[in-house]
Design a protein around this ligand. Structure first.
Ligand code: PNS
Length: 173
């Protein structure tokens, strides 16, 4: 007899991140996670230690605007420990994307720390689509700041919001 555990047995997963802004690399992970789990909660970190380009409300709304075609996705903000948020969501799986070996050390440290403080929560990693393996929100913001073309990296709605936001900032300085 062969016993197998279906990923679908784990009904709710949390996909956390800063998403400042959400990229096509993130969207690829969101869409794939949505196919694997009954319910996916995207947790947007209200990160006070970094100065984000977008407020947490803006980041949440931007993700909502491009994930409305996915019925099992919910977008929420969170502050504090990720494992506490996962408990509040009644989930027991964290999903993270792995782009390259350079991500691995940080991701492993985070997953192992989370597992020590909350052993009932597991982290699973999805390898990022090769097409987006180099992509990060910080690089996209840098390109946009120098008025480079960001349309290859972001959903058109998000690319427009980034351009607007940088324009707004330029006007204010
Ligand atoms: O998109 P990011 O910035 O790589 O996401 C990092 C995130 C939000 C997953 C991480 O910073 C996080 O979980 N922060 C919450 C605070 C926390 O739980 N820290 C302990 C984890 S080791």
């Amino acid at each position: 007899m062969c016993l197998s555990i279906e990923v679908n047995d784990m009904a709710t997963a949390v996909y956390p991140g800063s998403f400042d802004p959400v990229t096509l690399g993130h969207m690829d992970i969101i869409e794939r996670t949505a196919r694997m789990f009954d319910h996916v909660i995207i947790g947007v970190l209200q990160n006070n230690s970094k100065t984000p380009l977008f407020s947490v409300e803006e980041r949440v709304n931007m993700i909502k605007s491009i994930t409305s075609h996915l019925e099992n996705i919910e977008v929420r903000s969170f502050d504090g420990l990720l494992v506490d948020f996962v408990h509040q969501c009644r989930a027991d799986v964290i999903v993270r994307g792995l782009r390259a070996i350079t991500d691995f050390e940080y991701e492993l440290q985070m997953a192992q720390t989370n597992r020590v403080i909350a052993p009932e929560i597991d982290t699973i990693f999805l390898t990022t689509n090769l097409k987006y393996s180099y992509l990060s929100s910080s690089i996209v913001k840098e390109i946009a700041e120098y008025e480079g073309d960001i349309s290859e990296f972001l959903h058109p709605v998000i690319a427009a919001r980034v351009r607007e936001k940088l324009e707004e900032r330029r006007r204010l300085t």
